[in-house]
Design a protein around this ligand. Structure first.
Ligand code: ADP
Ligand code: MG
Length: 586
């Protein structure tokens, strides 16, 4: 049979065999893949159709899976990755071979980097031709290319191995430190037939895909001893803590210990941002002045200045680090008390070990933090209420801050440079896993993919706050949003450029500066083009009205929020990461 054997050919063969009273009923690769996914409670597929998986998507839908087709694989992949974060089940992205696979690979690498469970399933060309490099249609050794970018990569060559292949992919994605997995399905495999009973028996239900990993008792005792000796303790919660869904245990640990906590961006809302022990608005103070820091599901990577240097001040720190990945310990600085295990189990063990009379940290420490918080919040308050036209970030985000406060179940998706940095600190979150953003890489382009998966997986509405540049990476997916009629309100912070809209071409030539976009662009019309609702907002009052109307309606909407083109700063808050030329700097 031809490897690109159409479904009709396969159906015919299967049908002929089924008509033969001597032969048993047949199944094929397509249906074994579907049955294996269903057996493991995977019911949503983020897809871009094409050769050789077009029919796989069709059959999936026919068999009751939800198949959402995107306009570009990267966004289907970002959707799958964030679905994994939100559900603790691997999000599935389905793509065609070579170019589609490569488009999906960025998001697979993103999932791995962020510790999100995801499986990229790609169709691929004929092994015999690929391996002899004879120039097949979309020829590429996809397995080899995927390997360095994911936790595990598998290829299935025989229909009877599909059950095992999918089981391995699921377990690899969610067990231990979660991450991306690649599963290669050659076109020929999908058309292979086998006896239906034998096929059903070949499927594997993954039992306890991510088993609890209990911390060693002496590691817990060591951590408690370090915490007990602290004068100025701090807890840092990362997105691993949000992923773990140990929300009650984490809240109990913070409250019982009385230790102030700092949420990393996607851990915001794990405890409400207005919790008395939140140190968010006193971030610089607590990083500098703390003497003991307990990391829970957060890495000491660039986002935390590697645990050293100016932002951490001069006071020597002792670190307690809770993580499922033993290799994460001592990655940047010495860890005085490593606690390796799953966050739920580790936090519970600490709680048990604390007993009834743990006692609060010294009051001068918590009072100093409270005082600093109050000053910072007071200083910010009037800026958030400004009604300036053109809008600045504070005026616009002050409006969205109130909207999220009034709608704490809405999921906030956020990307951009200034739009990201300001929104992260201005918009308070009140519930776990409600803030989804650019993650560990600070990647631009996650917006529409994450927005789609967020509402599909949770049923909650989404507010996507997007820089105009960031939005551009996934803007075409507004068609996808309209096609599935999803309750997503996109707000584009339109300042006409990257960082700012004011750069000029120093040569005086006709081309605009490399960071500048079309002036007065109407992103709202893009949403209207596909049947959604567009709004133009030039003042905070406009913005409030538009977003509330959009969120109330639950219709696909896009608010083009015109922001002062002079308001942003270069690279938002990470301008220091830009190399600078000493030669051309004038
Ligand atoms: P953030 O960027 O929010 O600081 P990171 O992505 O850097 O968060 O860190 C998340 C950490 O959480 C990773 O080191 C990962 O191994 C860990 N992690 C993820 N899930 C779990 C879990 N269930 N239990 C323990 N650790 C986890
Ligand atoms: Mg911009």
């Amino acid at each position: 049979m031809s490897s690109k054997g159409s479904s009709t050919a396969i159906d015919t063969i299967a049908q002929e065999a089924n008509d033969d009273p001597e032969a048993g009923t047949l199944t094929d690769g397509f249906h074994l893949v579907i049955d294996a996914l269903k057996l493991n409670d995977i019911n949503t597929i983020y897809n871009v159709p094409g050769i050789p998986i077009t029919d796989l998507g069709r059959y999936m839908q026919a068999e009751g899976l939800r198949v959402l087709s995107f306009r570009h694989e990267q966004h289907a992949g970002y959707a799958a990755a964030i679905a994994g974060f939100l559900t603790k089940k691997p999000g599935i992205c389905l793509t065609v071979s070579a170019p589609g696979f490569l488009n999906g690979l960025t998001s697979l690498a993103h999932a791995t980097t962020n510790c999100f469970p995801m499986i990229l399933i790609s169709g691929s060309s004929e092994r015999e031709i690929v391996d002899l490099q004879q120039g097949d249609y979309e020829e590429m050794d996809q397995l080899a290319i995927a390997k360095p970018l994911c936790k595990a990569a598998y290829r299935v060559l025989h229909a009877e191995d599909i059950g095992i292949g999918i089981a391995r992919a699921i377990r690899a994605a969610v067990s231990g430190r979660p991450g991306g997995v690649y599963l290669d399905l050659p076109a020929k495999l999908l058309g292979q037939t086998m006896d239906a009973d034998a096929g059903a028996k070949s499927l594997v239900k993954v039992i306890d895909a991510a088993p609890s990993q209990l911390p060693a008792p002496d590691s817990v005792a060591r951590a408690l001893k370090v915490l007990k000796g602290a004068k100025r303790p701090l807890i840092i919660l990362g997105k691993g803590a949000a992923y773990a869904q140990a929300d009650n245990e984490i809240r109990a640990l913070v409250e019982k210990s009385g230790i102030p906590y700092l949420p990393m961006s996607m851990a915001k809302g794990l405890l409400p941002d207005d919790h008395p022990l939140s140190a968010g608005p006193a971030r610089s103070l607590v990083l500098k002045e703390s003497d003991t820091v307990m990391m829970i599901g957060a890495r000491l990577n660039w986002l935390l200045s590697h645990g050293k240097g100016k932002s951490w001040g001069d006071i020597p720190k002792k670190f307690v680090h809770i993580d499922i990945e033993p290799k994460e310990m001592d990655s940047n600085v010495e860890i005085a008390a490593p606690v390796v295990g799953d966050i739920g189990s580790c936090v519970q063990a600490l709680l048990d070990g604390m007993g009834e009379n743990w006692g609060a940290p010294p009051a001068d420490w918590t009072d100093a933090i409270t005082a600093k918080k109050e000053t910072n919040i007071e200083r910010m308050a009037p800026k958030l209420q400004n009604n300036n036209v053109p809008m600045d970030y504070q005026g616009a985000l002050g409006v969205l801050r109130t909207i999220i406060k009034e709608r704490p179940d809405a999921i906030l998706v956020n990307e951009g440079a200034n739009t990201l940095d300001f929104a992260r600190s201005i918009i308070d979150m009140y519930k776990p896993r409600k803030r989804l953003d650019v993650g560990t890489w600070g990647v631009m382009g996650i917006g529409m993919g994450q927005a789609i998966a967020a509402t599909v997986e949770t049923g909650h509405p989404v507010l996507a706050v997007e820089g105009d540049s960031a939005f551009g990476f996934s803007g075409m997916e507004v068609e996808t949003i309209c096609r599935y009629n999803l309750p997503i309100c996109v707000v584009v912070f339109n300042n006409g450029g990257i960082y700012r809209g004011t750069d000029v071409n120093p040569t005086g030539g006709a081309d605009v500066a490399p960071t500048v976009f079309v002036k007065e662009a109407r992103y709202d019309k893009m949403m209207e083009a596909f049947g959604g609702v567009g709004f133009l907002a030039t003042s905070p009052d406009d913005l409030r009205r538009a977003v509330n109307e959009a969120m109330d309606s639950g219709k696909p909407s896009l608010v083009n929020a015109v922001i002062d083109e002079k308001a942003g700063t270069e690279s938002g808050r990470i301008g220091n990461l830009n190399p600078q030329s000493v030669v051309s700097k004038k």
